[in-house]
Structure formats: structure tokens, C-alpha cells
Design a binder for this molecule. Structure first.
Ligand SMILES: [Cu+2]
Length: 164
């Protein structure tokens, strides 16, 4: 009879909403999901197509991203260099591009506008590679990236980082 009494006591505790009844609610994992693991994206460009091989990157707020850029083209850097510049959400992309394209002596990355840039890979000549590691913005949204060599973004060498 004692055993029966214990079973009833346990059932009563469960029915009353004791911690045994809802173990998931008190689990730390449920309250705070683990941050997204770091991710790497390898982007290539070439002389034939005026575009990045990846035009859309999806990531999470605060995620660590590494972007690798490889210039598979053969033309000289002066004629057909490529870079990768990720802009802040409130940046006027067209205005930044216009100023950057006129800043050849600064590798098309004007220091005066550096505050508008989240991350960048410097201008690459034929066969060169570059990379950058940065923390994704905490604010969900769409962030533009582009090549600031004159006319390249206008012709399609651009993309978006979607943070959500
Ligand atoms: Cu380019």
C-alpha cells in the first residue's frame, strides 16, 4: 500500500505542474539558443563576367563571417582590378560608389568614407586572393556589398548580405 501512495503522490505533483512535468521549460538551452557557428564564403571573379560568383549571403546577427575573394582574371590590376566592400545599412550606396570609383590612389576605398564600411578586401590583381573576417551586424537587414573599381558595381559586380 505504501508504494501505491507514492505513485499517487508523484502523479499529484506532476498534475500540479511540478518541474517534473515540464522539464523543457527550465532548460537553459530553450531560453538562450546557441550563437550561430562561424561561416566562410568563397567568392570568385573573372574577366568574362562582371559579377561576384556569390550575389547573396545569408547570415545571423553577430555571426562571425569570413569572406574570401579570388580574382581568376588575367587582365592587369590597373585595367581590371576587383575588391569587395560591405557597406553599413544606412549608407547611400550610389554616393559611396561614385566617390570610391574616383579614389584610385586609395585603391577605390576612400578613407574619408571609411565609417560607412563594415568590412572590405583590398583591390586584387590577376590571380590574387584576399580575405576578411568580421562580425555580422547585430541588426537584421540587407547590407550591400560591391566592387568599387570604376563601373564594376554598375555593371553587376555587387551583392547583398542578408542578416536575419
Ligand atoms: Cu571589379
Amino acid at each position: 500500500m505504501k508504494t501505491t501512495a507514492k505513485v499517487f503522490a508523484t502523479l499529484f505533483a506532476l498534475a500540479a505542474g511540478g518541474s517534473l512535468a515540464f522539464p523543457a521549460e527550465s532548460s537553459p538551452a530553450a531560453a538562450a539558443p546557441a550563437p550561430a557557428a562561424p561561416a566562410t564564403f568563397e567568392i570568385t571573379v573573372n574577366d568574362a563576367a562582371m559579377k561576384f560568383s556569390i550575389a547573396k549571403i545569408a547570415a545571423h546577427p553577430g555571426q562571425t563571417l569570413t569572406i574570401k575573394l579570388k580574382n581568376n582574371g588575367a587582365q592587369p590590376k590597373d585595367v581590371m582590378g576587383h575588391n569587395w566592400v560591405l557597406l553599413k545599412a544606412d549608407t547611400d550606396t550610389d554616393a559611396y560608389t561614385a566617390t570610391a570609383s574616383a579614389s584610385k590612389s586609395e585603391g577605390f576605398e576612400p578613407k574619408a568614407l571609411a565609417a560607412q564600411v563594415i568590412a572590405a578586401i583590398p583591390l586584387l590583381g590577376p590571380g590574387q586572393s584576399g580575405e576578411v573576417t568580421f562580425t555580422c551586424p547585430a541588426t537584421p537587414g540587407t547590407y550591400n556589398y560591391l566592387c568599387t573599381f570604376p563601373a564594376h558595381a554598375m555593371l553587376g559586380m555587387k551583392g547583398v548580405l542578408i542578416v536575419k
